[in-house]
Ligand binder design. Structure first.
Ligand code: ADP
Ligand code: MG
Length: 601
C-alpha cells in the first residue's frame, strides 16, 4: 500500500504559507516587497484591525498583464529569475515565487492591476481558488487586498494576536522597509488613521528623522567607508548619547534588510573603550559587497544571509564604525549641532578629526620622550619657530614608540589653546568653540600607546637613577605577580625583593611629571582581585588602568607647549573624542547654538 503521496497544491501552498506568512506583518512585508520589485515609487499600506481583518497594499509599479496576474497566483511562478544560476546575485526582494500563492491560500484575495493607465484586470480568489476575473479601469500599478487572514485555517488563526500587537508588527515591518528604501514614498494607516507618511528621502538620516524625529537623527554620526570590495555606510550613535534613549538597529546587505548578530557585534566592537559596560549603541548600516560574496537564499523570509568570508565583512564593519567614531562629529555637543538633516552636515565627517589631527608643530614635553638634557629644560620654553619648521623636528631619541605620524606632514597650525580651571583646554574652530578635558584626553592618548606597546611588545622605559623600593600589601603583591609580564612590557623593570617588597629600576615615562611610584601603586590597587582571563582583555584592562593613573590630572597646570603636544597626540589617536571609560574628551559648542543662546538668530 502506498504510504507516500504528493500533496495537493492547495495543501502545499498552505504549508508554504506557514513559512512565508505567519502573521499580518509578514504578509505586508511580502506584498510591499513585490511592489518594490515592480519598481514602485509610492506605496500605500492600509490595514484594518492591525491586519487581522484586511491588508491593502497599493503601488504605482509596472503592473501586470492579465495572463501574468493569473500566473502570479501559481506556486513558484515568478518573473524574477528563470534558472538556479540567477540566484547568484539576485537583487530583487522576491525570487521564490511563493508569496502570492501562499498568501492567497489562507485568505480572500483581490488583485487589481494594470500595466498602464486605463484597462486593467481584477482577480478574486478565496483560499487560493480563483473565483472571478474581470476588467477594471485603473492607473498603472497594482493593488492587492488580502482579507480575513487564515479564515480557512482555524488552527493558524488562533495564533493571531490582538489587533494592537499585530499592528505593532506591521509598523515594525514598514519601518524596516522604509529604512531600506529611502527613495520610495510610503504611507501606512490602521483603521483609517494614517500613522506614517514618509516622503521620498535623500538620505538615511532624513528617513530616520521622518520616522523617529530629528532628535534621534541628531544622535547619529555618518559611517561611510570602503574596505577592499566592501562598502559600509550608514549611521552610528555618538558614544556620549548611547544609553540615553531606546536602541535601534538596522542592517542591510546589498540592499536587503537582514538580521545578523555577528555583524552587529562587530560594529559594537568598534565602540570598545568608549562605552560604559552594558550599554549598546544604535546602529543603522548598509553593507554592499560583490554579489558572489554573499548567498541570500538561505532563509525562507530572506531575513538572513550567508557570507563567503564572514570574517572579512565583520572586520570591514568594525573598522568603518571605528573610523566614524574617530571623527570630530562623534564628539559630544552642547545644544544643537551645526548641521540640519537637509544640509549635509558640518560633518564632512569622513575627514578624521581634521581639526585635531594634522599639524606640523611637533611640540614635545608631555608625550615625546626627550633626551636627558632636554628633560632639564623647563617644559614649554622651546622655540615656537623651531617646532613650526618641519625639517627641524627630529624623532625623539630613546623615546616612546612614536605614535603613527600622519604622512605627508600637513602644514596646519595648532590653534591657540587656552587652559581653563587647570582642567580643560579650549580653542576656537570654524564651526564653534571646542573644549578638551585634559585628563580624559591624555588618558586616551596613553591608553592607545600602552595598547600598542602591549600588543606589539616594544618596551621603552627610563632607568631610574635611584631604584624605588615599594612595600606592597598582600593584595597588591598578588596583583603584581599576576600582571608582572605585562607591567614589564609597559616599561616597568621590577624585581621582587622578598616578602612584598619591590625594587623598581625602570619606569615608563609618559610625561615629565609622571610619578612612577604613585602610578604603580594605584595601578596595582586597581588591578588587585582582577581575574580577567583572556590576554587581550587583560591588556586592555591594564592599559586603561595605567593610563588613568599615569595621565595628567585635572588641576595640573599645562604649559602652552604641553597643551599643543596633547592636542597633537590626541588627534593621532583612533578615538580622540572619547576617553577609555566612555566619557567625552571633547565637547563642542557650535556657533549657531551660541548665537541662538544670545538671541542673534
Ligand atoms: P516572487 O516575488 O518571489 O517572484 P511572488 O509570489 O511574491 O513571488 O510574486 C509572483 C510574481 O507576481 C512576481 O514575480 C511578479 O512578477 C508578480 N507580482 C507580484 N506582485 C506584484 C506587483 N505588486 N506588481 C507587479 N507584479 C507583481
Ligand atoms: Mg514576492
Amino acid at each position: 500500500m502506498a504510504r507516500i503521496a504528493v500533496l495537493p497544491p492547495a495543501v502545499a501552498d498552505q504549508i508554504a504559507a506557514g513559512e512565508v506568512v505567519e502573521r499580518p506583518a509578514s504578509a505586508v512585508k511580502e506584498l510591499v516587497e513585490n511592489s518594490l520589485d515592480a519598481g514602485a515609487t509610492a506605496i500605500d499600506v492600509a490595514v484594518e484591525e492591525g491586519g487581522r481583518h484586511s491588508i491593502r497594499v497599493g503601488d504605482d509599479g509596472v503592473g501586470m498583464e492579465r495572463d501574468d496576474a493569473l500566473l502570479a497566483l501559481e506556486r513558484h511562478a515568478t518573473s524574477k529569475i528563470t534558472s538556479a544560476a540567477d540566484l547568484v546575485g539576485v537583487s530583487s526582494f522576491g525570487f521564490r515565487g511563493e508569496a502570492l500563492p501562499a498568501i492567497a491560500s489562507v485568505c480572500r484575495l483581490v488583485v487589481e492591476t494594470a500595466p498602464s493607465d486605463g484597462a486593467g484586470t481584477a482577480i478574486h480568489a478565496a483560499g487560493g481558488v480563483i473565483t472571478e476575473v474581470r476588467d477594471v479601469a485603473r492607473r498603472r500599478g497594482t493593488t492587492i487586498v488580502a482579507s480575513q487572514l487564515f479564515y480557512n485555517a482555524p488552527a493558524r488563526q488562533k495564533f493571531l494576536r490582538g489587533a494592537r500587537s499585530e499592528w505593532r508588527g506591521v509598523v515594525d515591518v514598514m519601518t524596516m522597509v522604509a529604512l531600506t528604501r529611502r527613495d520610495v514614498r510610503f504611507t501606512v494607516s490602521n483603521d483609517g488613521r494614517q500613522s506614517l507618511a514618509l516622503p521620498a528621502a535623500h538620505s538615511l538620516r532624513d528617513r530616520v528623522a521622518a520616522l523617529w524625529g530629528s532628535s534621534v537623527a541628531d544622535r547619529l554620526v555618518d559611517v561611510d567607508d570602503v574596505h577592499g570590495a566592501i562598502h559600509v555606510s550608514g549611521l552610528a550613535e555618538r558614544p556620549a548619547d548611547v544609553g540615553t534613549a531606546s536602541r535601534r538597529t538596522f542592517l542591510t546587505v546589498n540592499g536587503r534588510p537582514i538580521r545578523d548578530a555577528g555583524l552587529l557585534r562587530a560594529a559594537e566592537a568598534a565602540y570598545k573603550s568608549t562605552l560604559a559596560p552594558g550599554l549598546r549603541p544604535s546602529l543603522l548600516l548598509d553593507i554592499v559587497l560583490p554579489a558572489d560574496a554573499v548567498d541570500v537564499n538561505v532563509h525562507p523570509a530572506k531575513a538572513e544571509v550567508r557570507f563567503r568570508d564572514r570574517w572579512v565583512v565583520e572586520r570591514a564593519v568594525e573598522d568603518s564604525v571605528r573610523r566614524a567614531l574617530g571623527t570630530f562629529d562623534a564628539s559630544a555637543a552642547l545644544g544643537v549641532r551645526t548641521w540640519s538633516p537637509s544640509a549635509p552636515a558640518w560633518s564632512t565627517a569622513r575627514a578624521d578629526v581634521e581639526l585635531l589631527r594634522p599639524t606640523d608643530a611637533r611640540p614635545d614635553g608631555l608625550f615625546e620622550r626627550r633626551s636627558d638634557e632636554a628633560d632639564e629644560r623647563p617644559v614649554g620654553v622651546e622655540d615656537e619657530t623651531e617646532s613650526n619648521a618641519a625639517e627641524s623636528w627630529r624623532p625623539p631619541e630613546p623615546s616612546f614608540p612614536p605614535a603613527p605620524v600622519p604622512e605627508p606632514p600637513p602644514t596646519q597650525h595648532v590653534p591657540p589653546l587656552l587652559q581653563l580651571r587647570r582642567t580643560y583646554m579650549m580653542f576656537e574652530h570654524d564651526d564653534g568653540v571646542v573644549l578638551i578635558d585634559q585628563h580624559s584626553a591624555h588618558e586616551r592618548v596613553l591608553y592607545e600607546r600602552f595598547m600598542g606597546m602591549l600588543e606589539r611588545g616594544e618596551a621603552p622605559s627610563q632607568r631610574l637613577l635611584f631604584p624605588l623600593t615599594l612595600h606592597l600589601t598582600p593584595a597588591e603583591g598578588e596583583a603584581f605577580e599576576a600582571n608582572r609580564d605585562v607591567l614589564v612590557r609597559l616599561g616597568f623593570e621590577v624585581e621582587g625583593f622578598g616578602g612584598h617588597t619591590l625594587l623598581v629600576s625602570s619606569v615608563p615615562m609618559p610625561h615629565p611629571r609622571f610619578d612612577a611610584e604613585r602610578c604603580l601603586r594605584e595601578s596595582l590597587a586597581a588591578l588587585a582581585g582582577d581575574r580577567t582571563p583572556s590576554s587581550h582583555a587583560r591588556h586592555e584592562r591594564l592599559a586603561a588602568t595605567v593610563a588613568c593613573k599615569a595621565a595628567i590630572k585635572a588641576g595640573d597646570e599645562l604649559s602652552p607647549a604641553e597643551m599643543r603636544a596633547l592636542f597633537v597626540a590626541l588627534g593621532e589617536t583612533r578615538l580622540p573624542a572619547h576617553d577609555v571609560h566612555g566619557r567625552s574628551t571633547i565637547v563642542q559648542l557650535s556657533w549657531p547654538e551660541l548665537e541662538r543662546r544670545f538671541g542673534r538668530q
